[in-house]
Design a protein around this ligand. Sequence first.
Ligand SMILES: *Cc1c(COP(=O)(O)O)cnc(C)c1O
Length: 401
Amino acid sequence: MDAKYYIGLDETYGAHNYHPLPVVISKAKGVWVWDVEGKKYIDMLSSYSAINQGHLHPRIVKAAKDQMDKVTLTSRAFCNDRMGPFLKKLCEVTGMDVALPMNTGAEAVETSIKVARRWAHQTKGIPGDEGDIIVMENNFHGRTTTIISFSSDPDSKKGFGPFTPGFTMVPYNDVRAVERAITPKTVGILVEPIQGEAGINIPSPGYLKELRRICDEHGILLILDEIQTGWARTGKMFAFMHEGIKPDVLCVGKALGGGLYPVSASLARKDIMDVFTPGSHGSTFGGNPLAAAIGEAAIDVLVDEKLARNAEKMGAYFRKRLEEIRNPKIKEIRQKGLLIGVEFHLFPSSPVLPICERLMAKGVLAKDTHEKTVRFAPPLVITKADIDWAIERIKPVFEST
Ligand SMILES: *Cc1c(COP(=O)(O)O)cnc(C)c1O
């Protein structure tokens, strides 16, 4: 069966909530994927940073297979022998006190919003329906009805109201705007250390440090969404580690599942997480033994293979190679570790999508973000030779755009 057949099935039987590149992948290994016709591509998206360890990392696959011979699901009605060791590792690697395991990123964000609100109601005496969380313009935190309520992207919101109140939006990378937005009802600040979906928006150095200071001064919570920036992507295990600060609440997901399985968590200081009581929050699949085994192996691979270091080194090399490409239509290259955005001047007749289609034809899978930026976020196991292979194909496309 060829690609057309599978794409036809998707179009006939699937909801049309995505517009994928017309490539049908049937096999993957490391930084490489193959389509149904056997053509090889380099994966420059890593499923939005969910495959930092590379496709089918043998150690993570083995952990999953071994666990599948034992027990995969217990629900939280009972305990299992994998969740505890997993949560311990998760707390140690993040530097947080306590973790609440969920499955998807959006659930980790929802959990973080709930814990922050209840904490503020209980400790700051903010009435039950009046807590307010400061969020950023052009944020991306997921797709639930509450999360899209504070999105500034019309496509994410149109027709989905009524929306959840309790969020105040300010411009990203604007410390003064945050200070001005604080009221006695403010619970905390929810922010991405780098805005990935918004086009790799990297704030000024010191931004997180300033937000930390504001939170300390006002006794409110710094809630970081590191679902995309975490797990070694930006050259440190977490982006907040570049600034030597710690959040009060931390959302993680994506690469915590090692590319095999959805695994996410909300982590917090112990006194904050203690506001959860039995029955107040939960998930049937959260913390299941299979997820825990995979999550533990996913963390081990990142640590043991020093993938943060590789992201830092390879990111700098990738950027250098991209900077060799000369085309006045390239406006800017933004890069932190292996999270790279190449922004083009917007020329109305041709947004960036056709560039991605031409890259695909050459064997490089990348996707546009916010129409004018091409994102390169390959698996962190990428080598110099892999980058050279990619640049050889990216260069002619970018130069003739
Ligand atoms: C992907 C992402 C999410 C949502 O994760 P899902 O697993 O798709 O629900 C939330 N926040 C950020 C920053 C993300 O990149």
